[in-house]
Design a protein around this ligand. Structure first.
Ligand SMILES: [Zn+2]
Length: 133
């Protein structure tokens, strides 16, 4: 069956599940694909790190107080990105960027929030698991 290589577009003959004319083309194609995925991850990580830094800096100044979301936006905060959603002690949704987050009070008001969960190193986690087992 005549097929077309996904990398170099040359026609080749082979099994119906074969996508490349050669190992070289397969490796080149997958490397490019991985590089694209890595660039995408890196772009999102940059936004998340920046969001975290802004929350961290503001919490150091204002503590866990109400803030206008515009203050964050002016510093370059991107409200479209967070790492996870948790709940505060009074069961409000917290949008986290790692250990720092915020609670949406209303359109003009958010409350800055820091998780009281300690961040442990991977080594410590291994230790905890070992103790449990
Ligand atoms: Zn090829």
């Amino acid at each position: 069956m005549q097929r077309m290589c996904l990398e170099c577009s040359k026609p080749f003959k082979g099994r119906s599940d074969k996508k490349f004319c050669s190992d070289n083309c397969r490796v080149t194609y997958n490397n490019d694909k991985n590089a694209t995925v890595r660039a995408f991850f890196s772009q999102i990580n940059k936004i998340l790190y920046k969001n975290r830094k802004i929350l961290k800096d503001l919490i150091e100044i204002y503590q866990e107080e109400d803030t206008n979301p515009k203050v964050l936006q002016q510093l370059g905060f991107n409200f479209g990105y967070h790492t996870h959603i948790g709940k505060s002690e009074d069961r409000q949704l917290v949008f986290y960027c790692y250990e720092y987050g915020y609670i949406k009070v209303n359109k003009n008001k958010i409350t800055l929030y820091k998780s009281d969960q300690e961040i442990r190193s991977t080594n410590n986690q291994h230790q905890v698991l070992a103790e449990v087992n």
